[in-house]
Write a protein that binds this ligand. Structure first.
Ligand SMILES: [Zn+2]
Length: 191
């Protein structure tokens, strides 16, 4: 019996507020799509150098069940993200548009223990601990933050180095001003 054909499919609301509370424990699969503007995602907005009205991310979520030998079928979640935000170009120090087109696949688990038991080498299928009021918006935000380039830059030849980027003083200021993405990651893992 194929679970995907038997269980109902739940249509996720595109409302950002509805994404903050999704019951991922119900016996159903999920599907949804929408657009999130930068202000819908406060942590992404914090990273953006400028908030342009047309910036933001199209998201697409779809889950399905996969049989796993010897245990209950697991639910797999596919997340597609495509969009744009503005960051400071580290060459000319002006705003530059950064396009992202990301695909992620998660296996939904209910406990931290289950997630810990998952082989860490399996980067293709990351465990995601969900519950009855799961904040999917936060996961989308996390994935955008993780996808940001470490050193955003305009394409080569597009801009000239800003005079002050040669000076050590200013260089230090620039790196202090923006939070190191590795720290963002560390803080995320803690939460
Ligand atoms: Zn530039």
């Amino acid at each position: 019996m194929n679970r995907n054909q038997v269980l109902p499919q739940f249509e996720l609301s595109a409302e950002p507020s509805a994404l903050k509370r999704v019951d991922f424990c119900a016996p159903q699969s999920y599907k949804g799509a929408g657009f999130l503007s930068i202000p819908d995602m406060p942590r992404v907005a914090e990273e953006a150098s400028a908030i342009i009205a047309s910036d933001g991310f199209d998201w697409l979520v779809q889950t399905h069940f996969e049989d796993s030998p010897g245990s209950e079928p697991h639910q797999v979640l596919d997340l597609d993200l495509k969009g744009r935000l503005h960051l400071i170009c580290q060459r000319c120090l002006q705003d530059c548009a950064v396009e992202l087109d990301e695909k992620r696949r998660f296996i939904l688990v209910l406990t931290e223990e289950e997630a810990d038991a998952y082989p860490i080498e399996d980067e293709e299928l990351e465990p995601l601990v969900v519950n009855q009021h799961f904040n999917l918006l936060e996961t989308i935000e996390d994935e955008i933050l993780l996808s940001l380039p470490l050193i955003p830059k305009h394409p080569d030849g597009f801009c000239e180095p800003h005079a002050s980027t040669f000076s050590d003083d200013v260089g230090t200021e620039v790196s202090d001003e923006r939070e190191n993405p590795f720290n963002i990651l560390k803080n995320m893992k803690k939460n």
